[in-house]
Design a protein around this ligand. Structure first.
Ligand SMILES: Cc1cc2nc3c(=O)[nH]c(=O)nc-3n(C[C@H](O)[C@H](O)[C@H](O)COP(=O)(O)OP(=O)(O)OC[C@H]3O[C@@H](n4cnc5c(N)ncnc54)[C@H](O)[C@@H]3O)c2cc1C
Length: 194
């Protein structure tokens, strides 16, 4: 057999798809990689905890991005200001939790903003993990690839999407002797989390 079966639950309905290649794009907590037998575990030292607000009514140069490296502000990471419009920016930080004094990313961010932009209006909030090291050694298996935040490490700038490493692997061509892997994957379900 040359294809995978992927069970998708969408709006309460189960659908079964067949695909020669499955690309897992399910984010930093990827399950698709694990279902395919890839080791996608990431040690805490290689993972940044991030928090970000959209701030309005702040004073900065909208033609510049700001990156601030300081262990007092974001231990093991950095803080950023990415302009969205005049007076409006994504303002956030990422840190390595193992290097902090017990406070979480949001607490570090609140403290920084209180000093830097005490009168800003907060109109959005995002939090999450970002892999910052090439911990995951292999991002493909027979007929399966993982991409984006789940497959590689992020190089965050400008609020854009992830740039993943170029992983030229034999995704489209099932290898011999891969029956176990295939069986594991056939049992897996891709479940809509929305
Ligand atoms: C606060 C913060 C700020 C950031 N700032 C930047 C930045 O400035 N620049 C930058 O380049 N990157 C930044 N990043 C990182 C960036 O968000 C990620 O690199 C990017 O979102 C990865 O995209 P992705 O599509 O791989 O994963 P995600 O954006 O995580 O998308 C995965 C999707 O898969 C869905 N999903 C998961 N499991 C299932 C399932 N079983 N069934 C169905 N759907 C599923 C999820 O709901 C989600 O919609 C930031 C991250 C954070 C947390």
């Amino acid at each position: 057999m040359d294809s995978w079966h992927v069970r998708v639950k969408e709006r309460g309905k189960d659908e079964l798809y067949r695909a020669r290649i499955v690309i897992g794009a399910d984010g930093v907590e990827t399950m698709v990689g694990r279902w395919a037998g890839l080791d996608t575990r990431v040690p805490a030292r290689d993972m940044e905890s991030c928090a970000q607000y959209v701030l309005q009514g702040i004073n900065f140069n909208p033609d510049a991005i700001y990156l601030q490296f300081s262990n007092a502000i974001a231990p093991g990471g950095y803080a950023w200001i990415f302009p969205k419009a005049v007076g409006v920016a994504n303002v956030g930080l990422g840190l390595v939790a193992l290097k902090t004094n017990g406070r979480n990313a949001r607490e570090y961010l609140d403290a920084w903003i209180a000093r830097r932009f005490p009168n800003a209006a907060r109109t959005g909030y995002t939090v999450g993990g970002v892999i910052v090291h090439t911990t995951i050694k292999q991002t493909y298996a027979d007929g399966v690839m993982i991409a984006g935040g789940c497959g590689a490490y992020d190089q965050s700038t400008l609020g854009g999407r992830d740039r993943q490493r170029d992983e030229g692997g034999p995704a489209g061509r099932p290898r011999r002797g891969s029956r176990d892997l295939r069986r594991r994957h056939e049992r897996a379900a891709l479940v809509d989390v929305s």
